[in-house]
Design a protein around this ligand. Structure first.
Ligand code: TEU
Length: 541
């Protein structure tokens, strides 16, 4: 099916931390292949592998030095082929991560580019003169701290890096760079992958006139931890030229059958929805995600505004929603003020898997996994080291997958690259697999319910006006419609149901007696119409 990705569920694998089969403490492709049946047993459609390509690992693989080979840490191209074959046998599609906006400084292209101002790759990265008094060409700041420019002594010029100085940005104004990037994508398409997750998809182009960024329009009491967040990055990213480039990428994908792209949009919250809309409308990306639902907000108003905002702004676009990934604090920890760990884990699963769009789960969330508390000595993530302790970096969500309760969690026989601590070991696959009341069992039921309910896959969303902390929306129309109701708090609430209805699906802490719907702590109710009339809700006390 050409459009398999619409409404699909993807499971993100963070390869360094999924399964280590060679005992070096870092996960690998053979390990992932061996564990694919676990992922398939969840009932998801696809996996997304974070980067596995040759890399100095300064940003854990998001700094690539050879785009068409596998890092020996993870295995070989033959191991990759075996992984794809096994995934396909299990009915799983495979997205791979493409980090094409910047490379590693160790990439042969950058080594060449920095040699002189007139070598064949001189214009493949973003080079610019210092201001007369020596300061960088613009005021742009790096997401990982400090200026976005690094001085190079040989060229006597600055080069642009939106992330680490060891992650120089490619110059996409140069058509040769675009052609090369397409050849990389083609290499992997030919190898049989089903799609790409495109890293930092709005960072490909910078303002060719090198204009300075201005301040963010909103003022905060205290400056943010990273002053980069004080800038409105209108000139360093999300440039209009990007649209044509995304069209070229789509043109390539369309040469192949049933492939898909999902782009990561990192921009100010008030702008990200519009960018996602622009990027997924017409012949550009298939899907896009932002950091919209990866933040602290767990309110009805927030979820409603994100979803309504997207579909109003992009009636023909397509979002991918996620609550956790390898860049943010795990959501059960992030939202712990709104209920117990298990209640949040279960409710969030129902919420996410009821949303209109495609869904991405992050490894371990099916166990209700918590963020790991990391000490300064244990840190590996560069922005964590730089901004400690006000920002602790991303190691806490990247600790190894917990397969069983043993000290090394069934992850490795060596020393794990990040620690596996007791609170994480309590939430393991072995224990939850045999427990029908576990978070894992709940995820399986909820994914199966979504799969079996066409309204949840492609039905349009209509929100019901209710006061906080209640969130309700209908997906689809007619007898196939589903009304999803959530109490986003630990305090009980009641609603009156108008029209004939019955509970369906894997609801939580909800009871329907006559017309009265009682919602316990973090309750979820899925209602289906049992008569001809649509159902609606009224708030009561
Ligand atoms: O993340 C991109 C990223 O960190 C930004 O989009 C940022 O969050 C945003 O600008 C804030 O508004 C991707 C990867 O997911 C991450 O792991 C890498 O470290 C990063 O790119 C660099 O490749």
């Amino acid at each position: 099916m050409q459009d398999w990705w619409r409404g699909s569920v993807t499971y993100q694998v963070y390869p360094r931390s999924f399964q280590d089969d060679d005992g070096n403490g870092i996960g690998d492709l053979k390990g992932i292949t061996r564990r694919l049946p676990h992922i398939a047993s969840l009932g998801v459609d696809a996996i997304w592998l974070s980067p596995i390509f040759t890399s100095p690992q300064a940003d854990m693989g998001y700094d690539i030095s050879d785009y068409t080979d596998i890092d020996p840490l993870f295995g070989t191209l033959a191991d990759f082929d075996a992984l794809i074959a096994t995934a396909h046998d299990l009915g799983l599609k495979v997205f791979i991560d493409q980090v094409l906006s910047h490379s590693s400084a160790e990439h042969p292209f950058f080594r060449e580019s920095r040699q002189s101002r007139d070598n064949p790759r001189a214009d493949w990265y973003v080079w610019a003169e210092a201001h007369p008094e020596g300061s960088p060409p613009t005021n742009w700041l790096s997401v990982f701290g400090g200026p976005a420019w690094e001085w190079d002594t040989r060229r006597r010029q600055y080069y642009l890096h939106n992330f680490l100085p060891s992650q120089p940005d490619f110059n996409y104004h140069n058509p040769a760079v675009q052609d090369w990037a397409l050849s990389v994508l083609r290499f992997w398409l030919e190898r049989g992958i089903d799609g790409f997750r495109l890293d930092t998809v709005n960072y490909f182009f910078h303002d060719a006139r090198l204009r300075d960024n201005g301040p963010q329009p909103y003022a905060e009491a205290l400056p943010p931890v990273n002053p980069c967040d004080m800038q409105d990055g209108v000139y360093s990213k999300s440039r209009p030229e990007n649209l044509k480039w995304l069209e070229r990428i789509r043109g390539l994908l369309d040469e192949y059958d049933a492939r898909a792209t999902v782009g990561e949009v990192g921009d100010a919250p008030y702008r990200a929805v519009r960018i996602m809309a622009d990027y997924t409308t017409g012949k550009r990306l298939h899907m896009a995600y932002s950091f919209d639902m990866l933040g602290p907000d767990y309110s009805a108003k927030h979820f409603r505004s994100r979803i309504e905002g997207f579909f109003t702004g992009a009636p023909k676009g397509w979002p991918m929603w996620a609550f956790s990934n390898h860049d943010v604090t795990r959501h059960v920890t992030r939202w712990s003020d709104h209920g117990t760990t298990d209640a949040i884990a279960r409710q969030a699963a129902c919420l996410l898997l009821s949303f209109e769009g495609s869904i991405c789960l992050y490894q371990g969330e099916e166990l209700g996994q918590l963020e790991t508390e990391i000490t300064f000595q244990e840190l590996t993530d560069p922005p964590g080291i730089r901004f400690w302790p006000d920002y602790k970096g991303r190691d806490g969500c990247r600790t190894p997958m917990v397969w069983d309760a043993s000290a090394l969690a069934g992850f490795t026989t060596g020393t794990p690259w990040l620690p596996i601590k007791p609170p994480q070991r309590e939430r393991n696959v072995a224990d939850q697999m045999v427990d029908d009341t576990s978070v894992l069992a709940h995820y399986r039921r909820m994914i199966a319910f979504r799969r079996a309910t066409p309204a949840l896959i492609t039905g349009k969303t209509r929100f019901v006006d209710l006061p906080e902390p209640l969130l309700a929306f209908t997906r689809g129309t007619g007898t196939g419609a589903v009304l999803a109701v959530f109490n986003l708090s630990p305090d009980p609430h009641n609603l009156l149901v108008e029209g004939q209805a019955a509970l369906t699906g894997p609801g939580l802490a909800a009871d329907l007696a006559g017309r009265r719907l009682s919602l316990g702590p973090n309750a979820v109710a899925f209602l289906k119409p049992t008569g001809d009339q649509p159902i609606s809700l009224r708030h009561t006390t």
